[in-house]
Design a protein around this ligand. Structure first.
Ligand code: FAD
Length: 376
């Protein structure tokens, strides 16, 4: 009997699954990848792209050849509904797709609830492809004489990197861009150790980025801070963290109070054993885990092994992350900050390391490796 194995989402967590399928046959299965768009952006290089360091093709991974090698049908559509009991996905293109085994890794949605009042000025960082298009358009409208004001909401790693990248990009076009970073009440890089936070603040201040802390809401002309001040802005980038996709709420799948998919260390749903999930769409029942590409990528091989194990009835593996995760933050100008547990450092050498790691990751899934016919 042929079993229908479906991957929903062609991002960080599923790349290793596709590579696994390309490496070794999956007898007795019919495989499908459902994802929003043909290209997926490697988020670690997104700030570098924005800063003008990388071309789009250096961070975009074409899923079509990867799916082909994996023997998977590529369906370009958004999942808009899931019936966990009936084992079907509803797609934005109309119709349902049935599955015997499903892996969910569509990521999270950007939390823009407080910013909706900005209207057209709001630019959420996800979907990344839309972000890239709209940023290109915005930057293209600037000239040497313009004085754009760009605000970035979110003081996490993504927000800090995007603020520095926006500054680098606009400084190459106009003399006087104004960049404002609005970090939440926890300040810049909450959750990171003192040394990394100090280095990030220093880098932002040195590059004339204005830092505000506190809650903010979107108004038609800009951002209102919780002390009542208004920051007019031409563009507001939301790097505010993830909320769960809304379609999960009606799925019948066990979800956490915040609406994310509940999984254990084996990445399997405790309510529906035919469903696995990884990346930003999950919350672990056994431990807290920061949403990051590092965890999505490192969970990938475990997910791949467990999908095979679920088909054969073999024991499942567990994704047990290390205690500390290495974060490398681009500063927009070939410098970077490293944050690893209580340790932090910065400089050109960190950028060099980050560049090597990021390029190597993308090259695993792009033309060079495909030409060799193998995915490491
Ligand atoms: C600017 C920025 C910089 C970042 N830098 C880093 C970093 O340096 N290091 C780090 O560890 N993390 C970083 N992150 C976080 C990292 O990007 C995420 O944690 C990671 O992408 C999560 O992987 P995922 O597989 O869950 O989702 P994603 O990689 O987001 O993949 C989701 C995929 O699903 C598709 N999709 C989305 N919705 C649907 C749908 N409804 N139906 C079908 N397909 C869908 C998307 O097109 C995409 O292909 C960064 C994030 C941002 C925004």
């Amino acid at each position: 009997m042929t079993r229908r194995v479906v991957l929903a989402g062609g991002g960080h967590a599923h790349l290793a699954v596709l590579a696994d399928w390309a490496r070794a046959p999956m007898p007795g299965t019919m495989r499908t990848l459902i994802t929003s768009s043909r290209h997926t952006a490697y988020s670690g290089m997104l700030p570098g792209w924005m800063a003008g360091i990388y071309r789009p093709d250096e961070l975009l991974i074409d899923l079509a050849p990867l799916a082909e090698r994996a023997g998977a049908e590529l369906v370009l559509a958004d999942v808009v509904g899931l019936d966990a009991v009936g084992q079907t996905l509803r797609l934005s293109t109309g119709g349902d797709t049935a599955f015997d085994l499903l892996s969910l890794a569509t990521g999270g949605d950007t939390d823009t609830a407080a910013l909706a009042g900005l209207g057209e000025r709001l630019l959420p960082v996800r979907p990344v492809n839309m972000f890239m298009d709209r940023w290109t358009q915005f930057a293209g409208q600037q000239s040497a004489a313009s004085k754009p004001v760009v605000a970035i909401v979110g003081g996490g790693a993504g927000g800090v990197e995007l603020a520095l990248a926006a500054r680098a990009a606009l400084r190459s076009i106009c003399a006087a861009p104004r960049i404002v970073l609005i970090a939440g009440p926890g300040g810049v890089l909450p959750g990171h150790a003192h040394g990394a936070r100090r280095l990030a603040r220093k880098a932002l201040i040195q590059r004339e980025i204005v830092i505000e802390t506190g809650m903010t809401t979107g108004q038609p002309e800009g951002l209102e801070l919780d002390d009542g001040r208004l920051i007019p802005a031409d563009l507001v980038i939301a790097a505010t963290g993830s909320v769960a996709p809304r379609w999960l709420a009606q799925s019948g799948l066990a979800c956490t109070p915040r609406g994310f998919v509940t999984v254990g260390a084996d990445l399997r749903s405790p309510s529906h054993p035919a469903i696995f999930a990884a990346g930003d769409i999950i919350e672990r029942s056994d431990r807290a885990l920061t949403r990051s590409g590092v965890h999505a990528v490192k969970a990938g091989p475990v997910l791949a092994a467990n999908l095979r194990a679920a088909l054969s009835g073999a024991p499942l593996r567990q994704y047990q992350p290390r205690d500390a995760t290495l974060y490398l933050l681009s500063l927009g100008d070939a410098h970077a900050i490293a944050s690893w547990g209580g340790l932090a450092g910065s400089g050109r050498w960190v950028w060099w390391l980050k560049d090597q790691i990021d390029r190597r990751f993308v090259s695993r899934y792009t033309a060079g490796w495909q030409a060799k016919g193998t995915y490491p």
